[in-house]
Each structure stands twice: as structure tokens, then as C-alpha cells.
Design a binder for this molecule. Structure first.
Ligand code: DLL
Length: 432
């Protein structure tokens, strides 16, 4: 049986949802135009007035907003409410350039936590659950967002934050955690540590995981589900749009339902900015229609995915987005070929390797090089390493069309991730 946090909204008819979006969009554009000079300038330059936006059908008339705009306007330039009404900031984990800082009124936090509550309930959460939150707390939105959602649902909430993995497992055993929230790479590490400590899935009570904040493949999902004995649900969001909970997976696991009463999605061609029809792969763009302090109109996420309105067996009518295969700027171009780390992950796990790998790209004598280090499988015979490396390189070549150099390294020698995993080192950037 499917449970909903807000059935009226989550299962609303298409017509009613469009009506709600139309009303909210008109209000939001007015609010932004009147209160954010930065955005007013962008609209004036494009020759668009708030009166021109009468429904979601007019969305295309609005200018896009990009991460560069957020950096330009840092820190207060996009604020749409007086500071006296703002109660919180969160920020991206970005280490380069200026950070992106997002602001919240109390109402913004309420809505954000509500979106996270929908995700927890869709994963089977109720007030009987013990919800262990191991996303980072602090400026990162993962911990605070899921923490707030878990409170709303009434779960007993364990605000663990990330790290100290053996202690995580001790708490999981002692308190009987039933839901785990963290990045998929950290979930894989927790699963590995559980088994290393001599426990099995019979010793824990976990039933579901709510994993996101980084790209992960179906193969990775199955591997985590096996190692923790759970059903693993995807959750998506970004700091700019509030944090986790922009979209979430239901038990059907064929994409994430977007909370359309708060966020209107569009898919555009990342090169031309042209809006693409439903079903096409392109860059995801969001317009937030309820945010007060930090509203974003047509914000370019740089995440690549597809939207679908196909009927979902869970009964929700909210549009679904596919798992983002990575940001357009995470895509590597190696010897002219587009490569996503997730494609390599698919092959590795498919061939029985663990999701612990490192991709290194460099340029030697004007030619790109691709080196992939992956840990040997338990029981693999070191004398046969060269043969295994060759076989794996061939499988990756079939997927990518270019040949990598594969290095099988000893088990546990690749650094584990407690947050967002770093899978790629691109040394070409150092030469440029
Ligand atoms: O990662 C918010 C979040 C926290 C989402 C916890 C889910 C769970 P940022 O640090 O601003 O915010 O990073 C946002 O992470 O644009 C995507 O590229 C990527 N991302 C987030 N969720 C997913 C996901 C948080 N489920 C950026 N699958 C986004 C793939 C994801 N990529």
C-alpha cells in the first residue's frame, strides 16, 4: 500500500495542478520583479514585464538565471525579503570560487521540510520509524533537510551527521534504526563496514534508505540494497532550490516525482536554451513558485535528465524526472568522446567489482589518457591480475568507445567517501 504525506497535492489532477501553478507563478514573478533589482534588470533587458506572465504557458518568456548570476549577486543580491524576515542560510559545498548562499524565511523552511517529509513517507516512513540521518549537518542542506522532514513525519530522528562509521553502526544496532539517510557512496561504505565488523543484515533493522546528493547508477542501487538488506530510494535537490526534496522516489523506482506545487521543471537544450518536448534529454531548469526569501525563476541546474508524465503505479500524478546522469560540467571529454563517470561505474559493478574506484584523466604528448583504478575482488588471484585488467578494460571500451588503462589495486586502498564521493581527478586542468 502506498502512503502519502499530502495526498491532495501528490495525487492532484493535472488541471488542478496547472491552475495552482499558474496562480503561484503570477504571484511569484510579481514578488521577484518588485523586490529583486538584479532580476528586474534581467527582465527589463529581455523586455518582459510581470503582466506578460499570465500562466505557466508564458514561462518561456522569462530570462534564465545561472550559477554565474548567483555568484555575481553574492551574497545578498538575489534576496527577495528583508533580512529581518530571514532566519537561516545554507550553502553549497563548492570549494572553488564564491560559495552559493541560499536564504530561508521560516515559511521557506517549513515548505522545505514538508518536501522532505513527502520523500520519507514515500519510502515507507511513519512515526514508528527510527531515522538515522548521516548526511552532513551545518551549511550543507542534506542533514538539516532530512532532519526536518523526519521530525515532521514523527520518526525518532538520529542526527548523526557523516563520519565515524563504526559509531554509526553501533547506533544503528543499539537503537534499531529502520531508515538510513546519506549519500549513496556513504551507504556503500556503511554496508562494507557492517560486514567488516562481523555483522550481517540479520543483525540490523534497516528497511529503507533515502540516498542522493550525487549521481549513482542502478547497479550501485542493487549493490547497496544487497549489502544493507533494504530498499534504496533516490532523492534529489540542490542548495539553490532549498536542498533535498525537490524530487523523490516512490516504491515504483522509475524516476523521482517532482514537487510541482513548489517547483516547475523544464528541460532545455543546454547549447541553445530552447525548451525541449517531454521525453527529451536535456538540462533541467526550475522555477520556484513558493519560495519567499530566495526565489529562483528559470534556474539552470546543469543537471541532465528527462521528464515523464507516464502514469505511476503509486498513484502520484507529480511529473517524474530520471536520475540525473551527472552535471553537464561533470561530463569528461576524453579524446573527443563524452564520458560520464556513471557509465564506468555501471561496468565495474556489473563485472562484480566494488563501487570503489578512481578515474584519472591526463594529457600526455597531446593525447588524453584515461586511467581507472579499482579494487580487486575478494578471492581474485594476484597472478591473474593482468588478465582481469585486460578483460575489464575491454568491457569499458565496449561501453565508452575508448580504451582505458585499468589498474587493479588491493582491497580497501581507495579512500572511502563519507559525503559526496570524489571519483575523478582531471589533471589536464592543471596544464591549461
Ligand atoms: O546535494 C542537496 C541534497 C542533499 C540532495 C541530500 C539530496 C540529498 P548541492 O550540494 O547544492 O545540494 O548539490 C546539488 O548535486 O545539482 C546534482 O548535480 C547533484 N545531486 C543531488 N541529488 C542528486 C541525485 C545537494 N539524487 C547537486 N542524483 C545537483 C544525482 C544529484 N545527482
Amino acid at each position: 500500500m502506498e502512503n502519502y504525506w499530502n495526498k491532495e497535492i501528490e495525487c492532484m489532477s493535472r488541471e488542478d495542478m496547472k491552475k495552482l501553478q499558474d496562480e503561484r507563478l503570477v504571484q511569484q514573478v510579481k514578488h521577484v520583479y518588485e523586490n529583486v533589482p538584479y532580476y528586474r534588470d534581467l527582465m527589463d533587458k529581455k523586455g518582459v514585464k510581470p503582466e506578460d506572465i499570465r500562466s505557466t504557458d508564458d514561462l518561456y518568456k522569462l530570462p534564465f538565471l545561472s550559477k554565474a548570476d548567483l555568484r555575481d549577486a553574492y551574497p545578498y543580491g538575489l534576496l527577495a525579503k528583508p533580512l529581518s524576515e530571514c532566519v537561516r542560510i545554507q550553502s553549497t559545498s563548492g570549494t572553488t570560487g564564491k560559495r552559493v548562499v541560499a536564504f530561508y524565511t521560516q515559511n521557506d523552511i517549513d515548505i522545505w521540510e514538508d518536501c522532505c517529509a513527502r520523500a520519507i513517507v514515500a519510502a515507507g516512513g511513519t512515526n514508528e520509524d527510527v531515522c538515522q540521518v548521516c548526511y552532513g549537518y551545518g551549511l550543507f542542506t542534506g542533514g538539516p533537510g532530512l532532519n526536518g522532514g523526519s521530525h515532521k513525519v514523527g520518526c525518532l530522528t538520529l542526527p548523526m551527521s557523516s563520519g565515524n562509521t563504526e559509531r554509526q553502526i553501533q547506533f544503528m544496532l543499539d537503537l534499531g534504526s529502520t531508515i538510513l539517510c546519506c549519500t549513496p557512496s556513504y551507504a556503500a561504505y556503511i554496508g562494507e563496514t557492517l560486514h567488516d565488523m562481523g555483522y550481517t543484515t540479520d543483525d540490523i533493522k534497516l528497511k529503507a534508505g533515502i540516498f542522493g546528493a550525487e549521481p549513482w547508477t542502478e547497479e550501485m542501487r542493487r549493490s547497496i540494497e544487497r549489502s544493507l538488506g533494504i530498499k534504496a530510494y533516490d532523492i534529489y535537490g540542490l542548495t539553490e532550490t532549498s536542498g533535498p526534496g525537490v524530487s523523490f522516489e516512490c516504491s515504483e523506482q522509475t524516476g523521482m516525482h517532482i514537487n510541482e506545487d513548489h517547483f516547475i521543471p523544464e528541460i532545455i537544450d543546454p547549447e541553445t536554451g530552447e525548451v525541449l518536448p517531454e521525453g527529451a534529454v536535456g538540462e533541467l531548469v526550475f522555477t520556484s513558485i513558493t519560495k519567499e526569501a530566495f526565489p529562483l525563476l528559470r534556474y539552470r541546474t546543469r543537471d541532465l535528465c528527462r521528464l515523464s508524465r507516464e502514469k505511476c503505479s503509486c498513484g502520484r500524478t507529480l511529473i517524474k524526472m530520471t536520475k540525473p546522469m551527472g552535471r553537464s560540467d561533470d561530463m569528461l571529454i576524453i579524446r573527443g568522446v563524452n564520458v560520464f563517470p556513471s557509465q564506468i561505474e555501471t561496468v565495474l559493478i556489473d563485472q562484480g567489482y566494488t563501487p570503489n574506484y578512481l578515474i584519472e584523466v591526463d594529457r600526455v604528448n597531446n593525447t588524453d589518457t584515461l586511467d581507472i583504478s579499482v579494487e580487486m575482488k575478494p578471492g581474485q588471484i594476484p597472478e591473474q591480475t593482468a588478465d582481469h585488467e585486460k578483460a575489464l578494460a575491454a568491457a569499458i571500451k565496449t561501453m565508452l568507445g575508448i580504451s582505458p588503462k585499468v589498474h587493479l589495486v588491493s582491497p580497501k586502498s581507495i579512500t572511502r567517501s563519507e559525503g559526496k564521493a570524489v571519483r575523478v581527478i582531471d589533471r589536464r586542468k592543471l596544464h591549461d
